[in-house]
Design a protein around this ligand. Sequence first.
Ligand code: PLP
Length: 403
Amino acid sequence: MQKNCIYLDNNATTKVDPEVVEAMLPYLTDYYGNPSSMHTFGGQLGKGVKTAREQLAALLGADESEIVYTSCGTEGDNAAIRAALLAHPDRRHIITTQVEHPAVLNVCKQLETQGYSVTYLSVNHQGQLDLDELEASLTGNTALVTIMYANNETGTIFPIEQIGLRVKEYGAIFHVDAVQAVGKLSLNMKTSTIDMLTLSGHKIHAPKGIGALYVRRGVRFRPLLIGGHQERGRRAGTENVPGIIALGKAAELELLHLEEATKRERRLRDRLEQTLLATIPDCVVNGDSTQRLPNTTNIGFKYIEGEAILLSLNKYGICASSGSACTSGSLEPSHVLRAMGLPYTTLHGSIRFSLCRYTTEAEIDQVIAVMPGIVERLRALSPFKNDDAGWLQEQEQALAAHH
Ligand SMILES: *Cc1c(COP(=O)(O)O)cnc(C)c1O
């Protein structure tokens, strides 16, 4: 990546914090032992790993014994879902939402072929859930409710604790994919209804290849990976020590910066969003106007293609995203925006800007300066003509028929 690029794709991945690099470096060079070894060389690692576990537990308001390290958010989601089903072998029903990350959605789809029934809760035009629909879906046969804390594409935050209270009434396990919430919202597992919570290092300025699953004490857990007794038998495999150290440091920094960084990001995000809406005709914010992550804005620019906007932004060294990284590359519109029932014209022209604590005022100014011209140029070339109502209607119908 260009060194001086304006990086506004932090919901896809983040830059590793230099302090995190510094903390993990000795564990890639001098301290390369295996923490399970009996000799002092292996034993030296114990202290660093213990500190890192304390740092991560502090960010979540959890106990150290409730942390299970994983390789990524995807593994955490998979492990939690499998563990919940094994804990309730007599129950065959799962509740999730239509807007989950593929790491949850595709596991649920596979489970449908293995005798489970899955309810995919719908969302409204703001991407928000209907708690009555959840209530009506819960039964004594529900083993697991797995719902994300905040959406990676729109930043919409779900009322997790209100959901959790309802889930508890039915004795189901409550798993939350909090990959986008950790470090952006204040979390406290001590007062939470969440049984299991997934997080990922590379979304909070740690490297790729490390994540964690919070498992509430007392919740029955069966490991996904079977082998040695690492992680108290909950995740076999020699520990990713440099990754664990890095995640600890990253968690410490997130906690340290949480309040001031989110305030700053919210101010910059709001300025970006409000200025673009005021200077560019025919654009709308996708997502909940109030219950939204402070760093995320997803804006639909009608009548043009998101991919074309991204290519133009790229020429100015600005990195943003259309849809999720997992679906981009295909021309299929995002499953999240589709579930929100957005019109065809908005669906295809949506761009997500996601900020982080390194985002500067000058970078936001630059985006504000170039966007109106980009949109105007693309619209002038666009076959999606504002006034071509017949053509649009055809596309909308084709899309509706497809689903
Ligand atoms: C990124 C992401 C994941 C997957 O995490 P990886 O560490 O990339 O596997 C899962 N859920 C959400 C909401 C995400 O944003």
